[in-house]
Design a protein around this ligand. Structure first.
Ligand code: ASP
Length: 603
């Protein structure tokens, strides 16, 4: 039976003991990690969030009642032990923070018993993720997970302290918001009081933070929950957390400056990393041309090269037709891999196809100076030589080429570059390469929607030099937007905002909104801007991604206390779940059973 802890006080956490406590009596409380009965002596490892303390029970010291109780301890029992802190009689355990000490027990109370847990509570568990997430409260006891969750708290504390010291005010914005069709899909919340009407959960506090600038708060931040109903990928969750900020009377350099100093402090506080400032910057165009990605991993080379000029007169239809259609031919040089077996090259071709290529052309520069290639017959000797030269090719190199519209070529080679670097172990994992990517295009053509959509969001200020093209060549207009990238992952992004109503209206028009639609969706913002709005700019980080990269976790699920899985469900609480008919009635909602999905394995 569980005992009460009445009259007992915990002295400190297990690994918070200090050498001065040696010889004194202390009380520790925690979970039994291990217990071993060696006849006359029982060893117990007691665990809490700080670490583990070894406890020894000797009958002649603690008495038979306590000894008897100690002998009943099993894994995950919760116990309070009072005893004397002494130097270990046996060997010092170098693996434990407390390895030089042990607690010689005088008394024990069993505060709670435990059934045998469904998996061992230990670091680096090999247990399947589904089982771990079903029993997440047990999984969260594992030391390596605790380390990450504790580091997350350290990071948010560091963010708060830095931003507060820089004059930012922490202000909360609503969770029940107005739905806006722009951006990702909204999570909707039905209104009981207004039947048939819905709130949306915020995809970000974007509009509210801009309104706060209108209201004069001038530097805002929030650690904000955001919700996006997207098809989930490995690094996405339906709800996630942003470090969100907005500043008035600033330009992009001001935002980048304060954020660089924020990142420097957070990296130092969290993992002792010294980040050199200023951080490098690269335009979107350069990032695409050199890395085929707007979030380049700059920890390794293998950069893209545009060989369109070199191949333009060749007889290879794949290359020439791409050029005739306004596309390009680009390549990457996989150093020293000319002897890659045919099977592996075929696998690369398949990978390229997954990213939208129709094919992938290759050229091996053999050690003996000859070439092996899928397209050499369309080139004369001099043509091949100049192509190899354009690629900085040397004997032993494998050259890979894609030819298509620029967007496809970038995507294919950018992704191929990453997957080859991973498989050939080319990435120095000890590096933390931060990078600003700037000058994004303002708009992006969407084939599915048949219109331009905002690359960042509709409130991003266009580059004044390009604004003249908004009607004639909208794709050419650059945005005053910036992303912060770490090791090939987009950590966050932001922009200088539009604060002139005529520009904002024109932007809505370019996005295909009628005046009425714009007013219906964002009328309150346009109205607010009529009453004196300061120029403003901001940025938001994905906190989960930041913590994932700083802790070296493989996925953001590892750094969220209660994550959801790929299909957006929670394996522990089993949500989403059907609700009472009565609840639906109150909301004026009738459900239909969902139609069977294509490809579902319904029989
Ligand atoms: N609200 C934007 C986002 O969620 C970030 C920003 O522009 O500040 O991407």
């Amino acid at each position: 039976m569980a005992e009460s802890m009445q009259g007992l006080n915990r002295t400190c956490r297990c690994a918070e003991i200090s050498p001065e406590m040696e010889g004194s009596d202390i009380t520790l409380m925690g979970w039994v990690s291990k217990s071993r009965n060696k006849g006359g002596i029982i060893f117990v490892d007691l665990r809490d969030r700080s670490g583990i303390m070894q406890i020894i029970f000797e009958e002649e010291h603690c008495g038979s009642e306590a000894f008897e109780k100690a002998s009943k301890l099993r894994a995950e029992f919760v116990a309070a032990v009072t005893g004397t802190l002494i130097k270990r009689a046996g060997e010092v355990n170098e693996n434990l923070k407390t390895g030089a000490f042990e607690l010689k027990a005088k008394s024990i109370r069993i505060l709670s018993e435990s059934e045998t847990p469904p998996f061992p509570i230990e670091a680096d568990s090999k247990t399947k993720e589904e089982l771990r997430l079903k029993y997440r409260y047990l999984d969260l006891r594992r030391p390596d997970i605790q380390e990450k969750i504790i580091l997350r708290s350290k990071i948010t504390a560091s963010v708060r302290s830095f931003l507060t010291s820089e004059g930012f005010l922490e202000i909360e914005t609503p969770i029940l918001c107005k739905s806006t069709p722009e951006g990702a899909r909204d999570y909707l919340v039905p209104s009981r009081i207004h039947p048939g009407e819905f709130y949306a959960l915020p995809q970000s506090p974007q509009i509210f933070k801009q309104l706060l600038m209108c209201s004069g708060y001038d530097r805002y931040f929030q650690i904000a929950k955001c919700f996006r109903d997207e098809d989930l990928r490995a690094d996405r969750q339906p709800e996630f957390t942003q470090i969100d900020m907005e500043l008035s009377f600033v330009n992009e350099d001001d935002v980048m400056d304060v954020n660089e100093r924020l990142l420097k402090k957070v990296c130092k506080d969290a993992i002792g990393l010294d980040v050199q400032l200023p951080l490098p910057r690269m335009t979107w165009q350069e990032a695409m041309d050199r890395f085929g990605s707007d979030k380049p991993d700059t920890r390794f080379g293998m950069e893209l090269k545009d060989v369109s000029e070199t191949v333009k007169g060749c007889g290879f239809g794949v290359f020439t037709s791409a050029l005739e259609n306004g596309g390009s031919v680009r390549g990457i040089n996989v150093k020293g891999q000319a002897a890659m077996p045919r099977k592996k090259i075929d696998a690369l071709v398949e990978t390229a196809k997954e990213f939208g290529a129709k094919g992938l052309a290759y050229l091996c520069v053999n050690e003996d100076g000859t070439y092996k290639s899928s397209f050499a017959k369309f080139f004369d000797e001099a043509g091949l030589e100049s192509l190899v030269k354009a690629m900085d090719g040397e004997k032993g190199d494998l050259l890979l080429f894609a030819a298509d519209k620029n967007k496809v070529v970038w995507d294919v080679l950018g992704n191929l570059r990453l997957s080859i670097a991973h498989s050939l172990d080319m990435i120095d994992e000890s590096k933390f390469n931060f990078l600003w990517v700037t000058d994004f295009p303002l708009l992006e053509w969407s084939d599915t929607e048949g219109r331009f959509t905002a690359m960042h969001h509709p409130f991003t200020m266009p580059n004044e030099d390009d604004w003249q093209y908004i009607d004639s060549d909208p794709a050419r207009v650059r945005a005053r937007a910036y992303d912060i990238v770490l090791n090939g992952t987009e950590l966050g992004g932001g922009s200088v905002r539009i604060h002139m109503n005529d520009v904002q209206e024109k932007m809505f028009e370019a996005l295909g909104f009628t005046k009425e639609q714009a007013n219906e969706q964002f009328g309150f913002l346009l109205t607010a801007f009529k009453y004196g709005v300061p120029p403003h700019a901001g940025l938001a980080y994905g906190l989960d991604r930041l913590v994932m990269l700083l802790t070296g976790a493989d996925s953001i699920r590892e750094v969220m206390a209660f994550p959801k899985v790929k299909d957006a469900s929670c394996l522990m609480t089993e949500c989403p779940s059907p609700v009472d008919e009565k609840q639906l009635l109150e909301l004026g909602i009738r459900t239909e059973s969902a139609p069977a999905q294509e490809g579902s394995d319904e029989k």
